[in-house]
Design a protein around this ligand. Structure first.
Ligand SMILES: *Cc1c(COP(=O)(O)O)cnc(C)c1O
Length: 465
């Protein structure tokens, strides 16, 4: 029941029309689209009404009402997808957009998408051309594969390959490789969607060549090897090398496919990082098909690259699914520029942000961490230090590889808990995503770009006020 007091309070609320015609309303209309101004006014007044009816006493003075409305309007007009600063040290952070693009890739995207292009037009012959022709020769050159095609992401490449090569037939996979990557890509599920039948062999920790051999039958259409990507089985283990599988496939006229996941084009081993083989080496084993992501170690846009024998690539391109999974011109432009950088390894490691971050020396990272630390204003009760730590590649790439790094550690004595600091950095603008370690907020300088150092320092100074 509404008491007299409630009635008075409800009556004192301004109407939507009054708000709209008042000075604040007119100001908002000059700044924001009318629909969002109306929505903000309606929703805020409605929420005050319902709070009063429930017996609450929200602030209803004109200034508070205006502040509440403006806050809502600003929420509606701010784009939900926005740039953030990655201070986690995880280079290929799946939740933060994986690989940042190189300058050349960005330039390509702008150039190709702001106007028309020869996306599917053969300029020499003046007639229809092929979308993938632009990338095919470049991928062949860089990977050494006899043929190649590209789809929307690596999950799509695997789906398309299984559907094209093994629909209604059996695919042999080791039990130790039935992985789940990032929650939504599970090898058995993708297999089911493709219409292929999974034939599991071996056990979780050990699979032998004879396990594959015994599973081969008239129904076998493909032998699939999957990179374990985001985990490592250690201890009493064994798996079958791609070379052995290629030999087995050859003997039985069964194609062999290797889902590499990350697909490394730059030999990180030469720089002491991990033990990932480069795609070219895997191709040289004679495997019929390899698939890998465009936005993991490659450092390009989201895409799935399939490189292999011409008859296999041909089947994939002919599959009606290929049209549904095809890449857009922006991706094509970015991927072309990214692959092109690999024509010169020196260039690749300086131009591609992912490689640059993975290969940066700890001393150089320490120097950047030092600059960040000295940009933070000294304050009673706040402890700032540069500390040594480890960062990781992320994105299911280079599992188990720890990269020595330097971080800025921020501790506050009784002023702000690390959780509170983390939250403030994350929800402010621009958002800065950091980690918490023990009682400190930790910002890893590996993934903070040079031109972001000052911004991060300013954000920290803001919250430590
Ligand atoms: C990451 C990964 C995928 C999925 O690739 P996306 O490009 O994210 O679709 C598939 N297989 C393996 C082994 C992977 O590591």
């Amino acid at each position: 029941m509404e008491t007299t007091d409630m009635k008075t309070r409800l009556k004192s609320l301004p109407s939507v029309d009054e708000m709209l015609k008042g000075p604040d309303g007119r100001n908002w209309l000059s700044l924001y689209p009318r629909r969002f101004v109306l929505k903000g006014i309606r929703e805020h007044i409605e929420s005050l009404r319902s709070a009063i009816r429930k017996g609450g006493s929200p602030e209803t003075d004109p200034a508070s009402i205006s502040r509440g409305i403006e806050c809502l309007i600003q929420g509606y007009v701010a784009p939900s997808l926005r740039a953030a600063i990655n201070a986690t040290g995880v280079v290929l952070h799946t939740n933060l957009g994986r690989a940042p693009l190189s300058e050349a890739a960005l330039k390509g995207v702008v150039e190709i998408s702001k106007g028309y292009s020869n996306l599917e037009y053969n300029l020499e012959e003046g007639k229809r051309g092929k979308r993938y022709a632009h990338l095919r020769e470049l991928i062949k050159e860089i990977t050494g594969a006899p043929d190649a095609t590209v789809v929307n992401n690596n999950a799509a490449a695997v789906l398309l390959a299984l559907s094209s090569l093994a629909k209604g037939k059996e695919v042999i996979v080791s039990r130790g490789e039935l992985v789940e990557i990032g929650g939504s890509f599970r090898v058995p599920d993708v297999m089911a969607q493709s219409g292929a039948v999974l034939r599991e062999v071996g056990t979780t920790n050990k699979t032998h060549l004879r396990d594959y051999e015994r599973a081969i039958c008239d129904e076998t259409a493909l032998i699939l090897k999957v990179h374990q990507s985001n985990y490592r089985i250690t201890g009493f283990t064994s798996d079958v090398s791609v070379e052995e599988l290629v030999a087995l496939g050859g003997k039985n006229s069964i194609p062999v496919m290797f889902d590499l996941g990350s697909g490394c084009l730059f030999d990180l081993r030469t720089r002491g990082v991990g033990s990932e083989p480069v795609v070219r080496e895997v191709v040289q084993t004679g495997v019929d098909l390899v698939t890998f992501s465009g936005d993991k170690l490659l450092g390009g846009p989201q895409a799935g690259i399939a490189a292999g024998k011409p008859q296999v690539i041909e089947k994939m391109n002919q599959n009606p699914l290929a049209r549904a999974l095809r890449i857009d011109k922006m991706t094509l432009a970015a991927l072309q520029a990214t692959f092109f950088a690999y024509a010169d390894e020196e260039k690749a490691q300086t131009e591609i942000p992912t490689l640059r971050m993975l290969l940066e020396s700890p001393e150089s990272i320490r120097e950047r961490a030092g600059r960040l630390a000295s940009g933070i204003r000294a304050k009673e009760g706040i402890f700032i230090e540069v500390v040594e730590d480890f960062s990781e590649a992320g994105g299911g790439s280079l599992p188990g590889v720890s990269l020595r790094t330097f971080c800025v550690s921020v501790r506050s004595k009784n002023l702000l808990s690390p959780n509170r600091m983390e939250e403030k950095l994350r929800t402010g603008s621009p958002p800065v995503i950091a980690r918490i370690k023990e009682d400190a907020l930790v910002l890893d300088a590996r993934t903070i770009a040079d031109d972001e150092v000052q911004t991060v320092a300013e954000r920290l100074n803001g919250i430590l006020q």
